[in-house]
Design a protein around this ligand. Sequence first.
Ligand SMILES: [Zn+2]
Length: 295
Amino acid sequence: MADKLTRAITKDGFFKISAVVSTETVEQSRKFHNSSPVATAALGRLLTAGLLMGGELKEDNAKLTLQMSGDGPLGRVIVSANSKGEVKGYAENPQIDMPLNEKGKLDVGGAIGKGTLSVIKDLGLKEPYIGQVAIQTGEVGDDLAYYFMQSEQVPSVVALGVLVDRDFSVKCAGGFIIQVMPECNDESLTMLENSIAGIMSVTEMLSQGMDGADMIKYAMLGFDTEILEESEVGYVCDCSRERMERAIVSLGKAEIDAIIKEQGQAEIVCSFCNKPYVFNTEELEAMRDRARDTK
Ligand SMILES: [Zn+2]
């Protein structure tokens, strides 16, 4: 894992800031999904958010799922992240092509469309925490800021950026989240608003060679910030033959019998990394014997 997540606070404790350079993560995603530029940007922004939010999970085995279910041509976009800095994701239709928006930029908002953003945090407790809000613009950053405000009551600045090169590879990707802590006073809040008003976009910052710590220093101009932690993050798919077997077994006897009869074998492709898994008749029969009776 070669990308880096940086976590910081201001010394007065009023703001918590995380920044990440996610270029390799998003490029890995693009390669796995062979995604079009607009899909690379949309999924890349959500993957970047996953890394930033995953870094905030304190429990060792905690997991986070971000899901944007919009009515745009991209379909559902799902990202899964954990507290170890690992992220993976997919979009339902990663090859879609869209005209640029009126600003001449990749139309991420149009690709995602209107619908719901869900945040599911599995902290290893009995019940996962689920927060859901309406998608505001579909540009991802705005939607997450809205989520933090509505669902977690934390005013936040969310900036995410993916720059796709002419050959469709990822030139740079990254982002940051600034969260306002409850004890923050009005004076500091105004200072933050002034600091972030008119700042460069994330992709401009990255194009100038800034890393996470530089982005934090730049966005938090005038504040005394302290870096708490820097860690390596990246795209990791943890799929395995055993996991795919469990998915087949969970279909139940009748369904597995139908597959054996109609196809003689089963091929399952991992949604997150496109790796194919093939199971022959013998293996399917063994799985059928382990499966539950359905109907
Ligand atoms: Zn996989």
